[in-house]
Design a protein around this ligand. Sequence first.
Ligand SMILES: [Zn+2]
Length: 109
Amino acid sequence: MKLYTHCSGCGDEITIKSSATDRRKLKLEHGDQIQVNCHHCGKKEKQHLNKIYAEINSLHLFIACAASVILSIVIWLAFGVIGTLLILIPLSLWLYQLNATRNFNKYFI
Ligand SMILES: [Zn+2]
């Protein structure tokens, strides 16, 4: 899951590095506001947690898909059709991220 907000100066997307899975945990880490720094225009500002949004991290999904395809081929060659079950790994990761993203964006402080 990727957390982001938008710069009030230039509107560029600012990625927030945190392992928080919902706004309550983000509030425990940072309080009601989080200090962000726009890499596009250099503006430093505090954003309220309700202006932080979550989306599925497509890089993690791509890595999981690529790894499962490679592992599926190797295991399929060695053990047969059972190797195709590894395709469930990126599917379960996608479902997990979809649920986490939905829960994050649904709960406001
Ligand atoms: Zn900016």
